[in-house]
Write a new protein. Structure first.
Length: 150
């Protein structure tokens, strides 16, 4: 089942439940998908990988906004972003914990034979497989730390 179909079903459920917050978040996700599908050069159907990239991008935007609102003391807006992030994360695969991510990165380092900070590009290339399972910044931070000998 495609993400678009899942989103449509969730929108119907939210409408029946009269959950305006969830409805707004789901409609924004659907809008992202529709915009991407109608983009020039796209055949009208997104791959599962492209759908996950869109969701990850939307989740990252919400996390960034959440941090900004928290530092500015805007708890009302932070709460709204947190709710939307929760709705988006329902459609994302389970995120790896810090320990699980470190184990995966160590495996990638061993596979590519990386030995120091100069091999960061090789490791990050191999870490693309983790893109939907962890935040890119978290992956990068762990790679840097491990390659630096930490």
């Amino acid at each position: 089942m495609s993400l678009k179909v899942k989103i449509d079903a969730a929108i119907k459920t939210a409408m029946l439940a009269k959950d305006q917050g969830k409805l707004l978040a789901l409609r924004s996700i659907k809008s992202l998908i529709l915009l991407e599908e109608t983009k020039e050069g796209v055949n009208g159907q997104l791959s599962e990988e492209a759908e996950m990239k869109l969701l990850n991008k939307a989740a990252k935007q919400r996390r960034d906004s959440l941090e900004i609102f928290k530092t500015q003391g805007r708890s009302d807006l932070a709460e709204k972003e947190q709710l939307e992030l929760g709705y988006i994360e329902e459609f994302l695969p389970k995120q790896l914990s810090a320990e699980e991510l470190e184990i995966k990165v160590k495996e990638i380092i061993a596979q590519v034979g990386a030995s120091g900070p100069g091999d960061m590009g090789k490791v990050m290339g191999g870490a693309k497989a983790l893109a939907g399972l962890a935040d890119g910044k978290a992956i990068s931070d762990i790679v840097k730390r491990l390659l630096a000998g930490g």
